[in-house]
Design a protein around this ligand. Sequence first.
Ligand code: GLN
Length: 288
Amino acid sequence: MSSNRALLLEARAKLAATSETPQLDAEVLLAHVLGVERVQIIADAARTASMDEVAQYLRLIDRRSNSEPVAYLTGEREFYGRKFSVSPSVLIPRPDTELLVDLAVQYLETIAAPRILELATGSGCIAISVALELHDREVQSDILASDISPDALRVAERNAAKLGASSLVRFLESDWFKTISKSRFDCILINPPYVERDATLATDLSFEPAGALFADDNGLSELRLLIQESPDWLLPGGKLFLECGAGQWDVLKADSELFLPYRSRAHKDLQGYDRVIECELLHPNHRS
Ligand code: GLN
């Protein structure tokens, strides 16, 4: 007979070697198997699990001890206060990316009926969060979200349906701007791949789609390309918000020509890293 308490103890001991958060992982996975909220696991510490539940739990703990991310084991991750479904075809949403949503919403709520483009939407967490936040503020927006991966788009569409955003976000398969019909947007949002290929990585990253993570040129190739191409898709005065990695803004801004069509700056995440680059497209007749 295995009580919740006994299962958690066993799981925590097994995860201690590979996870930085063994207790949390053990609780989240047990709650997932039992179909309850995490707080209830502790409240019901003496509850006895069935043989099936125990077997299922131990299989998940085994996979977690091989560094498979918890989000892929439970199939979901919270982002901006909502639960998003995830699969190994999409990047797991990160808290850092919530800054991108904050900045986008702050900007977009000042615009009447904004037109928004998100590239590399993955799970859809950025486009869907922005759409729902604007909807809550009674801002009518038009959001197009694209990804190169049809599998990712299926996950994003499922999330939009589950979270009540299907009528707010349109999805399209596209390799960056390639199949976006020529038009101009008030805002472009992108969390591109920016991890350098030879980085010594946390083992966790090896389960996520490499195409969503890694880029050439010390992780800067896609950031550069997107900064260069976005002016053709932005309205004058429109803004590009681009997530980047620690230290990358300093390298990019040293190339002043790259930012010539824009007024640009970076915003720090909670750890103090420049995480989101904001580029406002200057009006054509602007003189600096
Ligand atoms: N912030 C992620 C990480 O370092 C990378 C996300 C990305 O490449 N867009 O794990």
